[in-house]
Ligand binder design. Structure first.
Ligand code: ASN
Length: 334
């Protein structure tokens, strides 16, 4: 099977400079060397996106550029598998974003990167790239996966958990799709979601993520939501609890919803299932029209809001789609 690699940037291909790490390694040469003598030696093609970026610079337009590169190369040969090389910092946002935009895509896609550049002895670049290639060509993956630290995770269930560990990603609410070994151990394929035929391209929408902390005032929240964003992802406590005794706080959210802002309540917990009706402090915001993020990661929630806004949805219509699985990003009630 042929594999196309889309190289978007990240530490994996960086080299030292007086200003810190910057893209500049000979990734194509390194890859040819890595695959020399293997079954994939002649099977891999590669494009480098321009510009190569540190993924902390990614925007929804970067997600779109990757999706377009994948679609262009699948149009040439729909029998291909795809690997995306990406920085780790926002890799989980990109993998979630790709999962929504590519539900109609006929080929498997695996995204990976590394904590250390490919030119450093002991780097995790080689095991991550070979693992991603193995996963992409396995014939067992549907949709978008994220391979890192010997595990294949669902791209829209993953989150970066460490700035340094070689196992730097976790999938807190879903089991890994596969774990490497001889042979690899594969879990049963998870549900795929309802899909989204003919998606409109990603555009940049005004979506803000707000973290609550004990003592937040209504005035501060009002300031954070002025002017009104198209949507707010409110990272609340536990199962989605928002302070109910802070004067005026809930009213700020109510005014934002009335003005057409979609309010999505997420949790600050690494592992969570947001249930807005569980406590009085979450119920009040649900009655106003806020929706909970269920067991989605922050990355999956943020990318989904950007995706739905890019499909032309706003306010209550956008909020109403959040609880529906597009690409397997949440656990639907049984
Ligand atoms: N800052 C880098 C990036 O996300 C981090 C990495 O790739 N390990 O592009």
């Amino acid at each position: 099977m042929r594999v196309h690699l889309t190289y978007a940037g990240g530490t994996i291909g960086m080299v030292d400079s007086p200003r810190g790490l910057v893209p500049g390694a000979d990734l194509e040469g390194w890859l040819a060397h890595l695959l020399d003598g293997t079954d994939l030696a002649e099977a891999v093609t590669m494009t480098s996106l321009d510009p190569l970026i540190d993924s902390s610079n990614a925007t929804p337009l970067s997600w779109q550029a990757i999706a377009e590169d994948l679609r262009a190369h699948a149009a040439e040969d729909p029998d291909r598998a795809f690997v995306v090389l990406h920085g780790t910092d926002t890799m989980a946002y990109t993998s979630a974003a790709l999962s929504y935009a590519l539900t109609d895509f006929p080929c498997p896609v695996v995204i990976t990167g590394s904590q250390l550049p490919l030119g450093v002895v002991g780097s995790d670049a080689a095991p991550n790239v070979t693992g991603a290639l193995r996963a992409a060509t396995s014939g067992r993956l549907n949709g978008v996966g994220l391979f890192f630290g010997h595990r294949l995770l669902a791209g829209n269930r993953a989150t970066k958990t460490s700035s340094w560990a070689f196992q730097g990603f976790d999938s807190p609410n879903a089991a890994p799709l596969a774990v490497t070994g001889g042979p690899w151990q594969w879990a049963p394929a998870p549900p795929r979601g309802a899909g989204w035929p003919t998606p409109q391209p990603y555009a940049r929408h005004d979506v803000v993520v707000v973290d609550l902390a004990p003592g937040i005032t209504a005035a501060r929240l009002e300031a954070l939501l002025t002017p009104r964003p198209e949507a707010v992802v409110l990272r609340a406590f536990g199962v989605g609890n928002v302070p109910s005794q802070e004067p005026g706080l809930a009213a700020v959210l109510e005014r934002a919803i009335s003005a057409g802002t979609a309010v999505v309540v997420a949790s600050q917990c690494h592992q969570a299932e947001v249930l807005l009706g569980h406590y009085e402090s979450g119920d009040a915001v649900a009655r106003m029209g806020a929706v909970g993020s269920r067991d989605m990661t922050l990355e999956a929630v943020y990318a989904k809001v950007q995706f739905l806004a890019s499909q032309g949805l706003t306010g209550g219509e956008l909020a109403a789609q959040m609880g529906r699985s597009i690409a397997g990003e949440l656990t639907e009630p049984s």
